[in-house]
Design a protein around this ligand. Structure first.
Ligand SMILES: [Zn+2]
Length: 177
């Protein structure tokens, strides 16, 4: 049994769970069944980890919900095979993570190398409204963006979101604004 399953079981039993510090706060109209309570106690660290928001502001559970929703839309509305739908959902998660953790940088300085704006080496804004822009030299952008994507994939992995096997890595070809 996984922490996510216990969480689902608790919710369907009418228990509201919240993370308070390192603790799990339970709110319910009626006392929960003893065996469920036992499981909640045993899996407390895992459940707390699942519910705690990361630096992007979303918890692992939020990411799972977002991933499932995106995959469902691609599969049922878009008519894609499940694996492709999951690849699409993973791509959406990467974009969402990058948007949620996006750093803005002031114009006039390259975020990657720290260099300035020169006639032979012009700074280009990257990113979209409303998240804002970062400014980088065109030659600095590919490496910087690859690093961002790797960070995103790593963070998503910690949240339990992984791409399906043989995920085509074509994300990021359209990064510049
Ligand atoms: Zn640069």
């Amino acid at each position: 049994m996984s922490a996510a399953e216990i969480l689902r079981e608790a919710r369907s039993a009418g228990i509201d769970l919240r993370v308070e510090g390192d603790d799990l706060a339970l709110h319910a109209q009626a006392p929960p069944p003893a065996d469920l309570l036992q499981r909640l106690v045993r899996y407390k660290p895992e459940i707390v980890a699942l519910l705690r928001p990361g630096r992007d502001g979303w918890s692992a559970e939020d990411w799972q919900v977002y991933f499932d929703e995106r995959a469902g839309i691609a599969e049922f509305d878009g008519g894609l095979p499940r694996r492709e739908a999951e690849a699409r959902a993973f791509e959406c998660c990467l974009v969402e993570w990058l948007n949620r953790t996006f750093e803005r940088s002031p114009p006039g300085q390259c975020l990657a190398c720290g260099g300035g704006d020169h006639a032979h080496d012009v700074l280009v804004p990257h990113g979209i409204e409303p998240t804002g822009h970062v400014w980088l030299h065109s030659r600095c952008w590919p490496d910087w963006y690859a690093g961002q994507k790797a960070d995103a994939a790593e963070a998503l992995k910690d949240m339990g979101i992984v791409p399906p096997a043989k995920f085509p890595d074509d994300f990021g070809k359209n990064g510049s604004a």
